[in-house]
Design a protein around this ligand. Structure first.
Ligand code: SF4
Length: 399
């Protein structure tokens, strides 16, 4: 008689950080760099594999349902190293039968043959950065691809039978006009991806782009124009069958990113690689943004060497974090669930403060559920800082 092996473990997301890129974009402050020698690729994979092996026992009761390999640009890895990584993930964790398995990919780093091999190994979702379909805007961002390169890579992914693809777009880019943004959106829609993410460009301190903008080198779209781009994109995407489920994320029904939803729902996830964050077993921890600290930490088994923060989250921070993350999603905060989780009345505390933003059209309250309207999403950071009280040291004050 056959025994069917079932996977009943607790759900978990696995994140793997590959900190390498083909070149550094001018706006980017992620932990990523262009390696001087290709030897570092396989050393990093060796380290990741060793690190995963050390978690095998701690994860025995878990059955991960999402895997996300991000970066950096994971697709700059030589295919043999990439396939070794996938094999190690499958070997060390009891993955669910149909996990969502995402890889971040950039145009010019993927082709039909390699993607076919990755798909056969288990990859079933790609996230591709377009950002803009306008050449001048792409150059200002320091992206190495043209719109034509992007289209070619996207079509290669389709030919390789990858049936779940996200495209990243940006608004608020130097030189961008309302019209050029709409052209980029139409370019994206023509490709018919399953998922679209639209981010506002953040000028991160210390990046070359932030310095150029501060020096007045670039014409920038005004805040009003950026809001119009975001607001109208939500409408256009809805008309094309993409449902907004988070501030920046839109999907055809059934194609919401299950891995990212874990972050916003405060579910458990385990990160590997320099700069990776985890929320596991009640602990939140992250690794230093340094590949050498990470390698030394894993290879010489020195947690202090590689770990940045390691803490059990106190209730007051969990509440603040819960509200901040849940309000990012269009499903918002349900006051009944809040009471079940924290034993506190949301409507009389934070809900009351959120209601101040209802007349202006920023917040809606329906049946005990508080959520942002599109206008509210655009200024969500400001509203949340008004609603959540922070101490002088940046920690959150419980109502
Ligand atoms: S490709 Fe992505 S991770 Fe790499 S430099 Fe550009 S924005 Fe940063």
């Amino acid at each position: 008689m056959f025994m069917i092996k079932r996977r009943h473990g607790k759900r978990l997301g696995i994140y793997v950080h590959i900190p390498f890129c083909a070149s550094k974009c001018s706006y980017c402050d992620f932990y990523s760099y262009v390696p001087k020698s290709a030897g570092v690729y396989s050393k990093h994979i060796d380290t990741l594999i060793r690190h995963m092996e050390s978690y095998k026992a701690a994860c025995a009761d878990y059955s991960p349902d999402t895997v996300y390999i991000g970066g950096g640009t994971p697709t700059v890895l030589p295919p043999e190293d990439f396939l070794r990584l996938i094999k190690a993930i499958k070997h060390n964790f009891h993955l669910q039968k149909y996990p969502e398995f995402t890889v971040e990919a950039n145009p010019k780093t993927v082709d039909f043959e390699t993607l076919t091999r990755y798909r056969r190994a288990g990859v079933n979702r790609l996230s591709m950065g377009l950002q803009s379909a306008n050449k001048a805007e792409l150059e200002a961002l320091g992206r190495i691809h043209t719109p034509a390169d992007f289209e070619e890579s996207f079509r290669a992914a389709r030919e390789a039978k990858i049936t779940n693809i996200n495209i990243d777009l940006m608004y608020g880019i130097p030189y961008q006009t309302y019209r050029s943004f709409m052209n980029s959106l139409q370019f994206t829609l023509r490709l018919k991806p399953e998922h679209i993410s639209i981010y506002g460009l953040k000028l991160e301190q210390g990046t070359p782009l932030a310095a150029s903008v501060a020096s007045g080198a670039y014409p920038m779209p005004s805040d009003e124009m950026q809001f119009a781009m975001y607001r109208d994109a939500i409408d256009i995407l809805a008309k094309n069958g993409y449902v907004q489920y988070e501030i920046s994320n839109f999907a055809r029904p059934g194609f919401e990113c299950r891995h990212n939803i874990k972050y916003w729902r405060c579910d458990e996830y385990l990160g590997f690689g320099p700069g990776a964050h985890s929320y596991f077993n009640g602990y939140r921890f992250s690794f230093k943004r340094s590949i050498s600290s990470y390698m030394r930490g894993v290879n010489y088994v020195s947690k202090e060497e590689m770990t940045d923060e390691n803490e059990i989250i106190p209730l007051r921070e969990r509440v603040g974090e819960y509200i901040m993350l849940r309000m990012r999603m269009t499903s918002g905060v349900d006051s009944r669930e809040f009471f079940r989780l924290f034993g506190k009345d949301f409507t009389r505390t934070y809900g009351k403060k959120l209601e101040r933003f209802v007349p202006g059209g920023y917040v809606k309250v329906e049946n005990g559920v508080y959520s942002f309207t599109p206008a509210g999403m655009f200024v969500s950071n400001y509203i949340l800082s008004e609603v959540l009280s922070f101490n002088a040291d940046g920690t959150f004050m419980l109502e």
